[in-house]
Design a protein around this ligand. Structure first.
Ligand SMILES: [Zn+2]
Length: 73
């Protein structure tokens, strides 16, 4: 029996029925889970929010750098 890493709900998976790299969604909290290992099954939460935050931070830094360059001229 596998459990959702996010909400700890039980997820009934047979290791013979899933493939490595397969994307599942938790029936309880709807989070996307990637099958990173099949023997035994290991699920990894795909957190889009964290990725978005990183991208926004990088964009903000780039914009700040552009502003600083303009001020130097
Ligand atoms: Zn869940």
């Amino acid at each position: 029996m596998n459990r959702c890493p996010e909400c700890d709900a039980e997820i009934d998976l047979d290791e013979d029925e899933v493939e490595e790299g397969e994307i599942l969604s938790c029936p309880e909290c709807d989070v996307e889970l990637e099958v990173v290992q099949v023997h035994p099954v290991h699920l990894n939460v795909i957190s889009e929010e964290d990725e978005d935050d990183d991208e926004e931070e990088e964009e903000a830094k780039e914009k700040k750098a552009e502003v600083e360059e303009e001020e130097d001229e």
